[in-house]
Design a protein around this ligand. Structure first.
Ligand SMILES: *Cc1c(COP(=O)(O)O)cnc(C)c1O
Length: 419
C-alpha cells in the first residue's frame, strides 16, 4: 500500500532496512524491535483519542483502549514489581520532565551527574527546559577510578541541599548499587530518581541491580535494551502516584499514544519470556568479550572494562579523536557514536572516546566468537587510520557476517525475527 501511495518514503524505508541489515549496530541505545512490536505500533489504535486514565477518560469509545492500557500496566508491574506505573509517557526526556513537574517547584534544586561525564541532556543541560525552570547542581566521577565517588556525591548533596537527586547515565559501563544513593538522599531529605533509560532491559532480565526498592521514582525507555517501541514509562511508590499521573497528563502531555501503549504491552510480554533472560545475560557476556578483545588490540577502556551492555573506549592515547574514529568505522559498516570520556579535554562535537554496546548484535543472535572478530576489525581500522584498503576489505567481511545474522528475513510481509 505505502509503495503505491508514496513510493518516495517507501523507498527510503527499504534503504534504511538494507542499512540496518548490512551494518553492525553497535550504538548501545539502539536495538531491533520484534515484528510483533512493529505490528502493534502501526495499528488502528493510532486513530483513537483517550485523554485521561483507565475508566476516567475525556472521550467516549475507550473500551478497548482501557483494556490495552490495563494489560500494559499489569505486565509492567509483574515484570518490575513497582507499586504504580504510568505507561503514557512518549519519551525518556518527557518522563524525566514529568517527574520534575510532579516532585518540584520552579527553582528547586536538582543534583545530577555532569553532562560531560555521562549525564543526560534532560538532567539539566544549559538551554533545556529543566535548566531554565530548576536550579541544577552537578556531581562528578572520580578522576582516579572513573567510577561514581559516593563521598563526593554526599559532600555536594550536604552542601547544596537538593530537592531531587538523579542517578543513572548514558555512558557508565559499570553496575550501580542503589542502596548508598538512597542513604544519601535520606541524609539530605531529597527525592531519589533513578533514570534507567539505558539499563531497564538488563533489570528486566535480572542481570543488573534493581532500583525499584530504593528510588522514589524510576524512569525508563522502552526502545533501548527493552527493544520495544520508542517510548517510556515511570514507576513510583503509591504515595506519589497521583502526582506522577497528573504531571504526565495534563501536566506535560495531551492524548496518550495508544498504539504505542499496545506495543509496550507486547514488549513487556516478550520481556517476561524466559528467552529474554538469556538475551540479557548474553548482552553482558558479549560486552565482556568485546571489551577483552579491544584491550588485546591495545585500547584503553574507561574503568578498565565493563559489566553492563556498554563500553566506553578512551582514545586519548591514540592519535585519533572520537569523531574521526566513528567516521572511519562507519566506512567499514561498523556504526558507533563518539562520546566524551570522563574529564575529556575535547568538546562533545569531537571527543576523545567512542561508545559501543552489544544489545542490538545480541538480538541478532551474535555471540562470543563474533565479538572477538568485531574487536579485531575495530583494532585493524583504528590502528591504521591512513589505510583505506583495510576499511574496504573489512566492509565486505562485515556484510558477510551480517548476511549470516538476518534481522527481519522477509520484511515487511511474513515476519521472521531472529532472536
Ligand atoms: C536515552 C536516555 C534518556 C531518554 O531519551 P529519549 O531519547 O528522550 O527517549 C534519558 N536518560 C538517559 C540517561 C538516557 O540515556
Amino acid at each position: 500500500m505505502l509503495a503505491r501511495v508514496d513510493s518516495e518514503i517507501e523507498g527510503l524505508i527499504m534503504r534504511e532496512l538494507h542499512r540496518q541489515q548490512n551494518t553492525l549496530m553497535l550504538i548501545p541505545s539502539e536495538n531491533y524491535a520484534s515484528p510483533a512490536v512493529l505490528e502493534a505500533q502501526s495499528c488502528v489504535f493510532n486513530n483513537k483519542y483517550a485523554e485521561g486514565y483507565i475508566a476516567n477518560r475525556y472521550y467516549q469509545g475507550c473500551r478497548w483502549v482501557d483494556e490495552v492500557e490495563k494489560i500494559c500496566i499489569e505486565r509492567a508491574k509483574k515484570l518490575f514489581g513497582a507499586e504504580h506505573i504510568n505507561v503514557q509517557t512518549h519519551s525518556g526526556t518527557g518522563a524525566n520532565i514529568a517527574c520534575y513537574q510532579a516532585l518540584l517547584q520552579p527553582k528547586d534544586k536538582i543534583l545530577s551527574l555532569d553532562l560531560r561525564q555521562g549525564g543526560h541532556l534532560s538532567h539539566g543541560k544549559e538551554g533545556s527546559l529543566p535548566f531554565n525552570f530548576y536550579t541544577i547542581v552537578n556531581y562528578g566521577l572520580s578522576r582516579k577510578t572513573e567510577l561514581f565517588d559516593l563521598e563526593e556525591v554526599r559532600r555536594v548533596a550536604k552542601k547544596e541541599n537538593p530537592r531531587l537527586i538523579i542517578v543513572g547515565t548514558s555512558s557508565y559501563p559499570r553496575k550501580i548499587e542503589f542502596g548508598p544513593w538512597r542513604e544519601i538522599a535520606d541524609e539530605v531529605g531529597a527525592y531519589l530518581m533513578a533514570d534507567m533509560a539505558h539499563t531497564i532491559g538488563l533489570i528486566a532480565g535480572k542481570v543488573y541491580p534493581d532500583p525499584v526498592p530504593y528510588a522514589d521514582v524510576v524512569t525508563a525507555t522502552t526502545q533501548k535494551t527493552l527493544r520495544g517501541p520508542r517510548g517510556a514509562f515511570i514507576m513510583c511508590r503509591k504515595e506519589i502516584a497521583d502526582r506522577i499521573d497528573r504531571a504526565v497528563f495534563p501536566g506535560t502531555q495531551g492524548g496518550p499514544f495508544i498504539h504505542i501503549i499496545a506495543a509496550k504491552a507486547v514488549c513487556f510480554k516478550e520481556a517476561m519470556d524466559s528467552s529474554f533472560k538469556n538475551y540479557a545475560h548474553q548482552i553482558i557476556t558479549n560486552s565482556r568479550f568485546l571489551a577483552d578483545g579491544l584491550m588485546e588490540e591495545g585500547f584503553k577502556l574507561v574503568t578498565g572494562g565493563t559489566d553492563t551492555h556498554l563500553i566506553l573506549v578512551d582514545l586519548s592515547s591514540k592519535k585519533i579523536t572520537g569523531r574521526q574514529a566513528a567516521l572511519l568505522l562507519e566506512e567499514a559498516g561498523i556504526v558507533v557514536n563518539k562520546n566524551c570520556i570522563p574529564f575529556d579535554p575535547l568538546p562533545p562535537s569531537i571527543t576523545s572516546g567512542i561508545r559501543l554496546g552489544t544489545p542490538a548484535l545480541t538480538t541478532r543472535g551474535m555471540r562470543e566468537s563474533e565479538m572477538k572478530l568485531i574487536a579485531h576489525w575495530i583494532g585493524q581500522i583504528l590502528n591504521n587510520p591512513q589505510k583505506g584498503r583495510i576499511r574496504s576489505k573489512i566492509k565486505l567481511q562485515v556484510e558477510d557476517l551480517c548476511h549470516s545474522f538476518p534481522i527481519y528475513e522477509t520484511y515487511p510481509a511474513g515476519y521472521c525475527y531472529n532472536s
